[in-house]
Design a protein around this ligand. Structure first.
Ligand SMILES: [Zn+2]
Length: 151
C-alpha cells in the first residue's frame, strides 16, 4: 500500500491549510485560541438562530393573507422549503449547543505566561509568516537546488 507523501493539493484543501495556518499565526497562545474558538462557536450559533427567527416570522406573516388562490401552490412550496431550512438550521444549532457544553471545559484552563511563550514558539514553527523575508529567501534557495526529487 502506497501512502501519499504530499498532502492533497486540491483548492479546498489548500484553502483549509491556509486558513489553518492563519489561525495559528494570528492566535498563537492558548488564551487566544480559547477566545477565537469560543467566538467562532458563538457567532455561528447567533447567526443561525437569528436566521431561524426571521424565517419563522416570514412563515407567520405568509400564512395570514391568502386572498389569491392562484398563488396558493407557489406559497405552499415556498413554505415547505422554508420549513425544511428551518429544521436543518435548528439541527445545526442543537449540535452547536452540545459542542458548547463540551467546549466550556476547555476554558477552565489557564497557563502561566512562560507556557504561553512556548505556544508562541511552536506556533511560529508550525505556521511561519509566508511573507517573512527569511522564509522567502529559504524558498528561493530550495527551488534553485538542482537535485530536488520532484520536477
Ligand atoms: Zn483535497
Amino acid at each position: 500500500m502506497k501512502v501519499p507523501e504530499e498532502p492533497c493539493q486540491c483548492p479546498d484543501c489548500l484553502r483549509f491549510y491556509r486558513e489553518h495556518d492563519r489561525l495559528i499565526r494570528e492566535f498563537p497562545t492558548l488564551r487566544q485560541q480559547q477566545e477565537i474558538n469560543w467566538a467562532a462557536l458563538q457567532s455561528f450559533r447567533t447567526l443561525c438562530g437569528r436566521v431561524v427567527e426571521d424565517l419563522q416570522k416570514q412563515l407567520n406573516s405568509n400564512s395570514l393573507p391568502k386572498s389569491e388562490d392562484l398563488k396558493a401552490g407557489t406559497i405552499e412550496r415556498k413554505e415547505k422549503s422554508i420549513t425544511q431550512v428551518m429544521s436543518d438550521l435548528e439541527n445545526i444549532n442543537a449540535h452547536l449547543y452540545s459542542i458548547e457544553a463540551l467546549m466550556e471545559r476547555i476554558f477552565d484552563v489557564k497557563v502561566p505566561e512562560e507556557f504561553e511563550d512556548k505556544f508562541r514558539e511552536i506556533a511560529g514553527e508550525l505556521a511561519p509568516d509566508p511573507l517573512n523575508i527569511d522564509r522567502l529567501r529559504l524558498n528561493r534557495l530550495l527551488h534553485q537546488t538542482p537535485d530536488l526529487p520532484d520536477k
